[in-house]
Design a protein around this ligand. Structure first.
Ligand code: MV4
Length: 448
């Protein structure tokens, strides 16, 4: 058992984890780079340790510095948040070798899901539907053409070590395959140091729907429904909602059962997200994320389950306090990611926040570590807050979102708030009838 948690992250997620710890009577240790000395997560934590210069590779990604901070503060557990070291299997092994508790999945599952080919094979074995594709890695262009001819064009060449859309190329015909294959391969090598690629049937207009799961160390597994994350730009999610406007309760129950059964068979521990593409009433597995995700609050709002507290309880060896039948799905929740970026060009806009006013009222939640007078450093991602709203129906949720966006003030830097203002008035967002390409088309239409 542990009574002190080191939070190996920064920004809104470090604050989010701190909040869960305090409500559980645990003390917290913040770690920070020299650029984050005045950050809210540092101010609120019970203790803090400076772990290095601004660059993430010399601070938030530096496992030796984080382990040292844990040792000198006698922390008993480390929560990695998302990004940084959260999906680094080696880091989990280091934490555990030092006798500390990693608040997250086992190293073996992080490693397995990091290899997209191995992950897909594992999912097939435990009965999860996947996108039709090559049987593992594709070694050369000739094999690629043979595989594609058998399943039919268009196909997508993907990096085995990929994720996030890098090293991914579409081929619409055999003529396009040579270039797609070789470009995907060299991009994969450059981005991940691994040029292995595989091939899938290309789905033209899917939605991105992901299922949240949670598993304790006693073999109990529960799903917490889905999140629809189709509204994204360049693989960066912008707006997420739960439940998905596209699926029925029967579909939710079916995919939920499939996923719970699979996660049990895998012996997975902690919270995880199974990502699917959804098209024409079918789910196709693409990847599994072995971390707490940015958009986890929408699931919390509709289930009333605090995912971070559950992660901590699981790490303490406790059983889940609820069964599948106990999980309520109440109303509708939407999250808007507010970035310090130009709302049209998406150019980062670091700098001093002059005014900051949080919206409030029933059903409104703002997860942010920003404040008036805060200097947004240029070294990290541009997320400055997540506005999450809940309503009894999707309609009420949208009205509440419009109202809350109208109340929020962030001045001194550019933010994506004006983009969200435009989105909530768009027909596709209001009807819920959008796919993974909707936002980029919307932005292109607005330009012209
Ligand atoms: C696909 C696909 C269409 N067909 N796979 C992009 C990131 C990576 N995680 C998987 N991705 C995709 N895989 C097949 N077989 C389209 C995408 C994709 C996408 C997926 C989810 C959310 C946004 C996306 C935007 C562009 C492409």
């Amino acid at each position: 058992m542990f009574d002190k948690v080191l939070i190996a992250n920064r920004g809104e997620i470090a604050l989010r984890i701190h909040r869960a710890c305090k409500e559980m009577g645990l003390s917290t240790v913040a770690v920070h780079s020299t650029a984050d000395s005045n950050a809210m997560h540092v101010r609120l934590a019970d203790e803090s340790v400076c772990i290095g210069p601004p660059g993430a590779s010399e601070s938030y990604l530096k496992s030796a510095a984080i382990m040292t901070a844990a040792e000198i503060t006698h922390a008993g557990a480390i929560h990695p948040g998302y990004g940084f070291l959260s999906e680094n299997a080696r880091f989990v092994e280091i934490v555990e070798a030092h006798g500390l508790n990693f608040i997250g999945p086992r190293a073996e599952h992080i490693r397995l899901m990091g290899d997209k080919i191995a992950a897909k094979k594992a999912m097939i074995e435990v009965g999860v539907p996947v996108v039709p594709g090559s049987d593992g890695g594709v070694p050369d262009e000739a094999t690629a053409k043979k595989v594609a001819a058998e399943m039919g064009y268009p196909v997508l060449v993907k990096a085995a070590s990929g994720g996030g859309g890098r090293g991914m190329k579409v081929a619409r015909s055999e003529e396009e395959m040579g270039k797609a294959f070789n470009t995907a391969r060299s991009e994969a090598k450059a981005a991940f140091g691994d040029d292995e690629v595989y091939i899938e049937k290309y789905l033209e207009k899917p939605r991105h729907i992901e299922i949240q799961v949670i598993a304790d160390s006693h073999g109990n597994v529960v799903h917490l429904g889905e999140r629809d994350c189709s509204l994204q730009r360049r693989h960066q999610k912008v707006f997420e909602e739960a439940p998905s406007p596209a699926i029925t309760q029967a579909e939710r129950d079916t995919i939920g059962k499939t996923v719970v059964d699979a996660v049990k068979k895998l012996g997975y521990l902690g919270v995880g997200t199974i990502e699917f593409l959804y098209e024409n009433g079918e789910f196709y597995f693409i990847e599994m994320n072995t971390r707490l995700q940015v958009e986890h609050p929408v699931t919390e709002m509709i289930t009333r389950i605090d995912l971070v507290k559950e992660q901590i309880r699981i790490a303490q060896g406790e059983k889940l306090s609820f069964t599948q039948g106990d999980v309520p799905f109440i109303g509708h929740a939407i999250e808007c990611r507010i970035n310090a970026e130009h709302p049209e060009t998406f150019a980062p806009s670091p700098g001093l926040i002059k005014e900051f006013h949080a919206p409030g009222g029933l059903g409104v939640r703002l997860d942010s570590a920003a404040y008036a007078g805060y200097m947004i450093p240029p070294y990290y991602d541009s997320l400055i807050g997540k506005l999450i709203v809940h309503g009894v129906t999707r309609e009420e949720c949208m009205l509440r979102l419009k109202r809350a966006l109208g109340e929020m003030v962030v001045s001194g830097v550019e933010t994506t708030l004006p983009l969200h203002q435009r989105l909530v008035d768009a027909e596709g967002v209001n009807s819920g009838n959008y796919d993974i390409h909707w936002l980029e088309r919307f932005l292109a239409d607005q330009e012209s």
